[in-house]
Design a protein around this ligand. Structure first.
Ligand code: PGA
Length: 254
């Protein structure tokens, strides 16, 4: 059975002191109220707060993820960090190919393929994001777009390596907009992704791979979304900065 995963993506929010306070608050709520260990919790603060956050969550149900990783092992890449460096800071997951990285930093699926490979080589769990824009949805091109993102981004990932890959479906038109895909719209895409995974890697890998939904998930829509058979949790932006909302979403995922 797939273990539900809830990932908080803080994006570029919170300075170091604020990050530590927020991690501590969430850790406290999880310690006091998280009872049924069916969901796994990952929080992705800014790079600045990764190492100290990893120390703060030691011994708790929470682990720490990065919002990005470089595709190289090391070298003259100013402003970047490698998968091995993240591991050394206690980080367990890395978000790869978030639509904001694709849009503002020109990350293509081909670059994401290298990043996915770099992450899995270090046994850092790659959360590979895919998603169509509003115009791609309206023009009915979304399945081709998503398929291409899967084909290119997972190009060099083997079936064995898929046990350290999570897919996140985030329709770009639903991120930070308050517009959520309906639970059925999301389920349809998740089923499509799983079918694609079965075609490439075989049914057992498809059945074992977690596929998260992201885009304006809130406490009041989480249960409906997570209740779908092919939705294995969520990638949460705005609501993950509010401890109570984030925990209510975690609870909905159990
Ligand atoms: P949102 O962001 O929950 O604020 O829509 C989701 C994401 O970008 O991962």
């Amino acid at each position: 059975m797939r273990k539900t995963l809830v990932v908080g993506n803080w994006k570029m929010h919170k300075n170091l002191t604020e990050s530590q306070a927020l991690i501590t608050e969430i850790r406290g709520i999880v310690r006091d109220e998280f009872r049924h260990n069916h969901a796994q919790i990952v929080i992705c603060p800014t790079a600045l707060a990764l190492a100290s956050s990893a120390r703060l969550v030691e011994g708790s149900e929470i682990t720490i993820g990065a919002q990005n990783v470089n595709e190289h092992k090391e070298g003259a890449y100013t402003g970047e960090w490698s998968a091995a460096m993240l591991k050394s800071a206690g980080v367990t997951h890395a978000i790869i190919g978030h639509s904001e990285r694709r849009q503002y930093y020109n990350e293509t699926s081909a670059v994401c393929a290298l990043k996915n490979k770099a992450a899995v080589t270090e046994e850092l769990i790659a959360i590979y994001c895919i998603g169509e824009s509003l115009s791609e949805r309206e023009n009915n091109q979304f399945l081709e777009v998503l398929q291409l993102q899967l084909e290119e981004g997972l190009d060099s990932i083997s079936a064995d390596e898929m046990n350290v890959v999570v897919i996140a479906y985030e329709p770009v038109w639903a991120i930070g907009t308050g517009k959520t895909a309906t639970a059925q719209q999301a389920q349809d895409i998740h089923a499509f992704v799983r079918q694609w995974l079965a075609g490439k890697y075989g049914q057992p890998v498809a059945d074992a791979t977690r596929i998260l939904y992201g885009g304006s998930v809130k406490p009041d829509n989480a249960k409906d979304i997570f209740g779908q058979p092919d939705i294995d949790g969520g990638l949460i932006g705005g609501a993950s900065l509010k401890p109570r909302d984030f925990f209510d979403i975690i609870r909905a995922a159990q």
